[in-house]
Write a new protein. Sequence first.
Length: 181
Amino acid sequence: MVLKRRNWRRPNDLKNIEKDQECLDNLKSDVSKITDAGEELIFLDECLFNQRHVLNKAWMLKGFNVQPEVMWPASKCVAVLAAISSERGLVHYMCRERSIKSSDYCEFLDDLRRKSGERTLHILLDNCKVHRSKASMQQARALGFHLIWNVPYCPQYNAIEYFWAVVKHKFKAKALAILIG
């Protein structure tokens, strides 16, 4: 079996610098229009939590190894989908086992619309397959969301990535406290 190579590139790939700069300029323009109009910008993304995150922070005495099966025998991977805004902070979140499917994402959009009322919402998304699926796009349009796409391979422009960094740090600390007892 031959695996197809992923279409991946480095962010500083010379062929794509102009295209990325154009995307960044469009993103800046969209964000300034939204803020000038006094409308709300929502940052949306998903994140995975599992015991591997704890292992990255765990340490043991010399000669001992951390054994994941000893830590939490029934540990599962949890996927969290969340939306934040600078106005309201954490607007909405949803947890699922293992991963977020297109149907979960559509359900999340329904709940987000219900929590936000009739206000105009602009959602900044990365280029994840779940966000770009046909069902997801139709659902977002039907609910009246305005979608803004982040620059490819540039998560630093999506504010929710900083939120995830804080949440993961707290998750690791709590999980280690449980492990230590």
